[in-house]
Design a protein around this ligand. Sequence first.
Ligand SMILES: [Zn+2]
Length: 150
Amino acid sequence: MKCPYCNEADTKVIDSRPAEDNSSIRRRRQCERCGKRFTTYEKLETMPLMVIKKDNSREAYDRSKIEAGIIQSCHKRPVSTQQINSVIDEIENRVFNMEEKEVPTSVIGELVMDKLKELDEVAYVRFASVYREFKDVNTFMEELAKLLKQ
Ligand SMILES: [Zn+2]
């Protein structure tokens, strides 16, 4: 991407995030030569993010799936829609900043758990129990004990 000020070809990306309409990626770039900053928008169609599922199949990244999982985990918890949205924004920012075309669901799942741990412990345990597919009560209790020790 050329610098619009001095035409230098080498510019570096300092920040990437989904644009408001979620159909494009907004990038802040800085020119290596003149140091000026500018913003570019890239259509998601040109770089769709694919998610690699556990069975190795792929599907297009879908914000509403993460949202549904988090809303479910936060059921009847003192967590606002605003908080949930900003958690998802932070997760998306991390994921899009990896600049990978494919990201395993496990990476996204871990990010969600990290964020929920800070937000609400009950929501975290609920999400983790579904996500890690706790086979029995003991695994669940182990996870809970780990959490309580912190
Ligand atoms: Zn420049």
